[in-house]
Design a protein around this ligand. Structure first.
Ligand code: ADP
Ligand code: MG
Length: 329
């Protein structure tokens, strides 16, 4: 009983939304594309659908209102409120409509056709894995989105390659940040402490039950940059315990072969974020001004590719092949 009460008073949730909730039948207005789901989490399943009156594609996130025997409508309302607040940022996925049924709510989201950046992060195929120039461009976009959220006192708290999507995968499009299920509003006079997030990406203060701030997201961005550049998850251990130990001991290797091949400023970028003390980490704005993201090494192939029309890019490019089917999960 006591536990239930404690869990109900989650701090940092927004409760006001402006979008009207549609109580009509979802499938009267949308055709759900049969077959593969776009994604699935503990309490949500995301499916591709088409709006009947416009023919426009969307991603519908079906969310259960009851989870582990508790009413979680408030949390869903918060997720809607954050998406609404972030409509001003093109780096955050757009929210088109909301439907409510007896046991579910449906968030009709802008469809990100390129899927998760996760797929390219772990790809061993030369033509699929990100180049350093790709990572720089995408990282700038991620930071712009996160800077916007932080300016509005929102912390995402679950930044990882599964929650960063792409508008298209080949040619590589732009990023869209999704999944505000763990996000919170932070304010100066109210401390937020919670244990949550995804083990590999979670910051030391979260593990130690110390105050959460915008710097908590910056840690995850450091891990994200590391993974995007190397395909290696820097703190991942054999099990959760080992992962947590690696994080709290800052047990991270900067000697990996994949890192040695990079611009030296890339390493310093990661190191300004993977600091134990939250106050020592760079902010999103500072990251955007970091030398690594300032220097566009476009003397190489990039400038030529940017000028050429798409057809010529395909013919001249040796590093990417847009005709290859992408392996979205
Ligand atoms: P959860 O809270 O269950 O993790 P997410 O919002 O992260 O839910 O969605 C789960 C997965 O569904 C994502 O990792 C992604 O693969 C897919 N997905 C979510 N939103 C979209 C979208 N707008 N377009 C395409 N795929 C999406
Ligand atoms: Mg997710």
């Amino acid at each position: 009983r006591r536990r239930a009460l404690l869990q109900r008073s989650v701090s940092g949730l927004l409760s006001e939304i402006r979008i009207s909730i549609n109580s009509e039948c979802f499938t009267d207005h949308y055709t759900v594309i049969p077959g593969k789901e776009l994604g699935r989490g503990k309490f949500a399943v995301v499916r591709k659908c088409v709006e009947k009156c416009t023919g426009q594609e969307y991603a519908a996130k079906f969310m259960r209102k009851r989870r582990k025997g508790q009413d979680c409508r408030m949390e869903i309302i918060h997720e809607i409120a954050v998406l609404e607040l972030a409509t001003a940022s093109p780096k955050v996925v757009g929210l088109h409509e909301v439907y409510e049924m007896a046991s579910e709510m449906v968030l009709v989201l802008e469809f990100a056709a390129g899927g998760e950046i996760f797929n390219q992060c772990v790809s061993h195929r030369e033509d699929e894995a990100f180049t350093e120039e790709d990572v720089k461009r995408l990282m700038k976009q991620i930071l712009e989105g996160v800077a916007f959220l932080h300016q509005n006192n929102i912390v995402h708290l679950d930044l990882k390659p599964q929650n960063i999507l792409l508008t298209s995968s080949s040619p590589l499009g732009d990023i869209k940040i999704v999944d505000f299920g763990l996000s919170r509003r932070v304010c100066n006079h109210h401390e937020l402490r919670e244990i949550m997030g995804t083990p590999e990406y979670v910051a030391p203060e979260v593990l130690n039950y110390e105050p959460i701030s915008t710097a908590t997201d910056m840690w995850s961005i450091g891990v994200l940059a590391y993974v995007m550049l190397t395909g290696i998850s820097p703190f991942l251990g054999e099990d959760k315990q080992e992962t947590f130990l690696n994080i709290s001991q800052l047990n991270v290797s900067y000697n990996e072969e994949e890192l040695q091949q990079l611009d030296r400023t890339a390493l310093s970028f990661i190191q300004t974020l993977l600091c134990k003390q939250p106050q020592d980490r760079a902010t999103a704005e500072q990251c955007l001004r970091h030398p690594w993201l300032q220097s566009s090494n476009s003397q190489e192939i990039q400038t030529e590719e940017e000028i050429l029309p798409l057809e010529d890019q395909v013919a001249s490019s040796t590093t990417s092949s847009p005709e290859c089917p992408s392996t979205t999960s």
